[in-house]
Design a protein around this ligand. Structure first.
Ligand code: OAD
Length: 239
């Protein structure tokens, strides 16, 4: 059985990371265009850097930990691969690192990662836990003043191309089981993955509420990810 998982902000909500669409399209008091577009960054780089600095610092708080849903996915993957039961890919829209910290191996972070910085000249990516500012030196050429402030968060903004779309499409067409967990199903191309799966694929949505994508699934499970995901994966164990 080939398994494809898609996760969204809802899976990390119970770990203490706020979701996106809970406050009238605002993200912690900011319009998306302000803090999550290349144009917003060009207009006000300090504001955008500080916005992600705060998110990064919050993610590094030791109280933010993977929850039972992240852990269940990592354990399921380990067992599935160890026993040669088929492929497994976990696509996440989340920029936190909670899947990786829970032990998931095949994680594709399609919207980038908060704990990475990217050079705007060379596209090189660096692991990053510090704040980024207009004065941050380039890690490999710290004395080069021309490169100061060239780093941006390695996150995908609106209008930019998500990461790994070819791999995601291949996994979708080959999947026997597709689970979409804690995602509102309104942001494309992630919301379109369900439509790329084959008619034989079993498609299940886990969410607190109905979503605009719910009708595209064979089953919808209403409940919190930390309760429903371990139960569901237990059911599919050994298949
Ligand atoms: P959203 O904030 O849009 O949606 C979160 C979903 O999780 C909602 O449908 C909630 O009902 C559900 N939810 C909340 N708590 C839950 C829980 N404990 N258990 C199960 N479900 C729960 O987040 P995403 O769908 O991830 O993109 O948003 C998609 C993208 O929009 C993000 O990756 C981000 C944003 O703009 C970029 O930054 C490019």
């Amino acid at each position: 059985m080939n398994v494809l998982i898609l996760t969204g902000a809802g899976i990390s909500a119970e770990s203490g990371i706020p979701t996106f669409r809970d406050a009238n399209g605002l993200w912690e008091g900011h319009a998306f265009e302000e803090v999550a577009t290349p144009q917003g960054f060009a207009r006000n780089p300090e504001l955008v850097q500080e916005f992600y600095n705060q998110r990064r610092r919050a993610l590094l708080n030791p109280e933010i930990r993977p929850n039972a849903a992240h852990v269940a996915l990592a354990e399921f993957e380990r067992d599935h691969l160890e026993h040669g039961r088929g492929d497994f890919l976990l696509v996440t829209q989340n920029i936190d690192n909670l899947h990786q910290r829970a032990g998931s191996q095949n994680v594709l972070a399609m919207h980038g990662q908060l704990l990475q910085a990217r050079c705007t000249y060379t596209e090189e990516v660096f692991d990053w836990t510090a704040d980024l500012t207009a004065d941050t030196p380039h890690p490999e050429d710290p004395d080069n003043d021309a490169l100061r402030g060239c780093l941006r968060p390695n996150v995908v903004w609106f209008g930019e191309m998500p990461i790994g779309l070819t791999r995601i499409e291949k996994a979708a067409t080959q999947a026997d089981l597709f689970l979409a967990i804690g995602t509102s199903g309104v942001v494309y191309p992630a919301a379109g993955i369900v439509a790329q799966t084959s008619p034989e694929c079993r498609r299940i949505e886990v969410n607190l509420d109905d979503t605009p994508a719910s009708n595209a699934f064979d089953e919808t499970i209403r409940g919190s990810a930390s309760v429903e995901v371990p139960k569901l994966l237990n059911h599919f164990k050994a298949m």
